[in-house]
Design a protein around this ligand. Structure first.
Ligand code: CS2
Length: 506
């Protein structure tokens, strides 16, 4: 018995993944086939979460495996979680599981050669980003990391971190501020060009990134803005792979199936896609040799992905939560929600897409719905519902705006927009504040709900007046206002699915 009377376990705890363990792992786990010690840190990534580890880091690992390059990635986090205790402890190594229903495939990814925690101060991140050896910086900092106004794309100069950075440009906190400061140091020291490649789900993400960085740089008055224009590239990119936040169950899966402990494991679906605008400064990893596509214009690809795949995820997330369902795969297993999302995509979303030679939008819809049915991907509806104010413009409001301009119906696309509103309103006092939600506009919308009460028309009008989300042309449209008010009324009632059913009958 142990000291406090509990039984002492006799089994040895599993070893933790790391450079020592890797050669002894079973052959069912694929390992890096290249010499990690020979890698040279040539690029940095900001925001080393599940998505980066499942996507860009895997493409880079592919490049290294095929011996096309010697690029190593310096992984930087400027927000939680800390990396040194997980990835850093494991020498940058982690397991990438690909899961589809009952199948599991494991691979150790070795492309991250160093991790940098820069949560307390931006200085460690800026040191890396300003160094001459780094010529490519990729980033997944979430939509709100850009500190832009969702409806216009301009820098939000009222954002607390931006206000701070305008007053303290040498000690920035925001992503745009950190990048502007690193570029300033590059200009002053070695003047080497660099590509800043946004990998977040924002339309024209390269242009948005350039706008927010330049908005800060132009205020420095030291030639930084011109230097950036001449030496820094901001390509846009479309990225795709469903990779939910890692759970304790995923860590246990690795222990049970493969016999070691990995605190940095990530789980993704088989599908992956990366389309990058061919606009670079400095050297570029040849990701196009390992499945990525370099194109002149990413716009049609980002419309297709954000409006179809992400639009479906957001719709299933809000309606799924209202129906009491936990994951995307549970929501799409519900016949009513599955029928609704397919009809919405085919009838209302597809006609808004740009023509793409060689791509069948109908086949893309079916493929997307099949991906969402993957029961091994435990993507929580609440995770997708997070930060909806930063997502609905590109996923739902832009196709709605396109349809309204052509006088077309938006009866279905309005339902998930009202779903986002209902999700936040249901965390207000009227509904007992029982559900914590995470969205930069959560307090504002709960405040509106508390002030307005149960009058849905007034509630919808007050939310549609938030012009940083709803551009005035859209907010003024009578069809849109009526559709939102009616859907919101239904979704706030005791039987929220009735409005979903009714909209399918029309
Ligand atoms: C999801 C995305 O959480 C979300 O907003 O919709 O992370 C989605 O899984 C990816 O964009 C898929 O590529």
């Amino acid at each position: 018995m142990g000291r406090r009377g509990e039984p002492v376990s006799t089994s040895t705890p599993p070893e933790t993944l790391g450079p020592e363990l890797i050669s002894r792992l079973s052959s069912s786990v694929r390992k890096p086939s290249y010499d990690r010690a020979a890698l040279v840190p040539g690029m940095a990534h900001i925001g080393v979460g599940a998505f980066h580890r499942c996507h860009q880091a895997e493409y880079t690992d592919d490049l290294l495996s095929r011996r096309f390059d010697r690029w190593g990635v310096v992984g930087i986090n400027i927000r939680a979680p800390y990396l040194s205790e997980t990835l850093g402890w494991q020498g940058g190594l982690y397991t990438r599981l690909i899961r589809e229903d009952s199948q599991v495939e494991a691979r150790i990814i070795g492309s991250i050669v160093r991790v940098v925690d820069s949560q307390e101060s931006a200085a460690p991140a800026i040191d890396v980003l300003a160094s001459a050896g780094i010529e490519m910086v990729t980033m997944t900092v979430t939509e709100k990391g850009y500190c832009h106004i969702p409806s216009s794309g301009a820098l939000d100069v009222t954002h607390p971190d931006v206000v701070h950075d305008l007053a303290n440009p040498l000690e920035p906190r925001s992503v745009p501020g950190i990048l502007a400061r690193a570029l300033e140091l590059r200009m002053a020291s070695h003047s080497r060009p660099v590509t800043l490649l946004s990998c977040d789900n924002i339309p024209t993400n390269g242009i948005i990134l350039e706008n927010v960085v330049q908005a800060l740089a132009s205020r420095r008055g030291n030639g930084l803005s011109d230097w950036i224009a001449a030496n820094v590239a901001f390509p846009s990119a479309m990225v795709d792979r469903i990779a939910p936040a890692t759970s304790e169950a995923d860590i246990e899966t690795v222990e049970q199936h493969f016999g070691y402990r990995d605190a940095a494991v990530v789980v993704g679906e088989p599908f992956r896609q990366w389309v990058i605008e061919q606009k670079f400064a400095g050297r570029v990893p040849r990701w196009d040799r390992v499945g990525a596509t370099f194109v002149g214009d990413v716009t049609p690809f980002e419309h297709l992905k954000m409006r179809v795949l992400n639009g479906a995820q957001t719709t299933l997330a809000y309606l799924g939560v209202l129906a009491g369902l936990e994951h995307t795969s549970d929501a799409i297993a519900d016949p009513l929600l599955a029928a609704f999302v397919r009809r919405m995509l085919i009838d209302e979303t597809l006609p808004t897409l740009m023509p793409m030679p060689g791509v069948s939008p109908e086949a893309y819809v079916e493929q997307s719905l099949a991906r969402l049915r993957n029961t091994a991907i435990r993507h929580r509806n609440h995770q997708i519902a997070t930060d909806g104010s930063q997502k609905i413009v590109q996923r739902l409001l832009n196709p709605i705006r396109d349809r309204l301009r052509r006088g077309e119906s938006i009866a279905l696309l309005s339902v998930p927009v009202a779903g986002w509103m209902a999700y936040l309103i249901r965390s207000s006092a009227r509904f007992g504040r029982h559900r914590p939600v995470s969205d930069p506009y959560a307090d504002r919308i709960a405040g509106i709900a508390d002030a307005v009460g149960a009058d849905t028309r007034a509630l919808a009008a007050a939310i549609l007046a938030i012009d940083t989300i709803f551009d005035p042309e859209l907010a003024a449209n009578g069809d849109f206002r009526r559709a939102i008010t009616s859907a919101l009324d239904g979704l706030l009632s005791d039987n929220p699915m009735a409005v979903v059913r009714r909209s399918l009958e029309q």
